[in-house]
Design a protein around this ligand. Structure first.
Ligand SMILES: [Zn+2]
Length: 457
């Protein structure tokens, strides 16, 4: 009896090691299989990936539900039941990819390839590698019979990449919101950092800035330039551009920006670190705004996380050097802080432009504004505790993901994706997309630990 017990004890770490090896092997196999299925969007044809996942999960005894909005635009949802004492945890990913023109690639985009320590192929980083890891974790939970307090829902989403204002996710959330309703979720978006063979920083994406373009048009008196008047459309527009560009919107320190800056202060240069600490210590209002402006001069990427931005990007005016044009137009790209209402932003812009003869046109974001996520949650704590010795920080993205749609439905979503090097980052949506094999290996056990900590009993 004792010898049996001893044998079992001795074998336990071996089993655990084997299970980790299984997780890694399965993740790589699923990632390769998914890359080989061309789900370039348009048209997406996501049903081929959904069917692959359905078959793979069926072999583990996990049932899936497919949801088709139109044609072959299909998502998959699978659920492992918990005991119902806590609300579900959602593991989300998108199974479509942006198109790839093989001309610019040195490898075939839809033929997965392991080379020099990387997995190459369209979707390796964005985001079939993460889909594969989520599948492997789901299978792990089922196979090991891990007791769950929360349902664990796997949601392989179609049509993330089209960029259309109305997409598959809108139909799904309208027709079957109960399929993906959860307290917490994990999706793409954090851009964690992999360097020299190790995870260096885990960035938990917990807030997103919203994108909005606007055009401002100045009208004036047209005529021959030899007889100038004071009512020149170009000059009027130039004044408006200057006023808008010079304006600094107030610094807002939501919990995500604060948490991120606190971590950055630990590793930044002494100068940047001091500027961060000044921002964190300043009282709200002019003092904090001035501190934010000083930080933005030293580290523009940090400054952009602190306020709404309005950036002139295009100009259109005139057609002949001796003719005063009747109008002149400038385009601005704006990024709104999480939760900021577009209508409020436009009202501010009108006030700053301060010229009733300048027209302002804009296309408001289609999604309802969502604020920054809280970070004092069991899921965030699990993300920290599952990576001992690694710097984990909340992160605000300057772009949007479909996490926004789930957030608008009340789910606390975080972006926690496989870490990549800065070179890998540049290749996302570009050529020779890849993910470090060791990073994918590391990620799947990290994800498993987070899920077990958050959803396990
Ligand atoms: Zn993506």
């Amino acid at each position: 009896m004792i010898s049996l017990l001893l044998a079992a004890l001795a074998a336990a770490p071996v089993f655990a090691a084997n299970r980790d090896a299984d997780l890694r092997r399965e993740t790589l196999a699923h990632a390769k299989a998914l890359i080989a299925l061309d789900t370039s969007n348009p048209p997406g044809n996501e049903i081929i990936a959904a069917r692959y996942i359905e078959d793979a999960l069926k072999k583990e005894g996990i049932a899936s539900e497919l949801y088709t909005s139109t044609g072959t635009r299909t998502s998959l949802v699978a659920r492992l039941k918990g005991d119902g004492s806590k609300r579900p945890l959602l593991l989300m990913c998108h199974i479509d990819v942006v198109p790839a023109d093989p001309k610019g690639w040195t490898v075939a985009p839809f033929t997965p390839l392991e080379k020099d320590g990387y997995l190459y192929g369209r979707g390796a980083a964005d985001m079939k590698g993460q889909c594969a890891a989520e599948m492997a974790v789901l299978s792990f939970l089922k196979r090991t019979g891990t007791p769950l307090a929360r349902d664990v829902i796997f949601f392989a989403e179609a049509d993330e990449e089209s960029g259309a204002s109305v997409r598959h996710i809108d139909s799904l959330l309208r027709d079957k919101p109960e399929l993906v309703a959860a307290e917490f979720g994990i999706n793409e978006g954090g851009n964690s950092v992999w360097k020299d063979g190790h995870v260096q920083e885990i960035r938990v994406e917990a807030a997103e800035k919203e994108y909005m373009d606007l055009t401002i048009t100045a009208k004036g008196k047209p005529g021959h330039s030899s007889v100038p008047t004071e009512d020149n459309a170009l000059a009027r527009l130039a004044g408006a551009i200057l006023r808008l560009s010079a304006h600094r919107f107030p610094v807002v320190l939501n919990p995500v920006a604060r948490g991120f800056l606190e971590r950055q202060a630990e590793t930044s240069s002494p100068e940047v670190s001091a500027a961060i600490k000044t921002v964190l210590a300043a009282s709200e209002g002019p003092q904090r705004d001035a501190a934010g402006a000083a930080l933005a001069r030293l580290a523009p990427e940090f400054g952009a996380m602190l306020r709404d931005t309005v950036t002139p990007t295009m100009l259109k005016a005139g057609y002949k050097s001796n003719v005063i044009p009747a109008d002149a137009t400038a385009t601005f790209n704006t990024r709104l802080l999480p939760g900021r209402k577009a209508a409020d932003m436009i009202a501010d812009i009108r006030r700053i432009v301060n010229d009733p003869r300048i027209e302002i046109a804009f296309e408001p974001p289609t999604r309802a504004p969502v604020g920054a996520m809280p970070i004092d949650t069991p899921l965030y704590r699990a993300a920290v505790e599952s990576a001992p010795g690694v710097r984990v920080m909340p992160y605000m993205a300057a772009w949007t993901t479909d996490s926004a749609d789930l957030r608008a439905h009340g789910t606390i979503m975080y972006g926690i994706n496989p870490p990549t090097t800065s070179e890998d980052q540049k290749r996302i949506h570009g050529e020779d997309e890849r993910v470090p094999l060791a990073a994918l290996d590391w990620y799947v056990t990290y994800l498993r630990d987070i899920v077990v900590k958050t959803a396990g009993k």
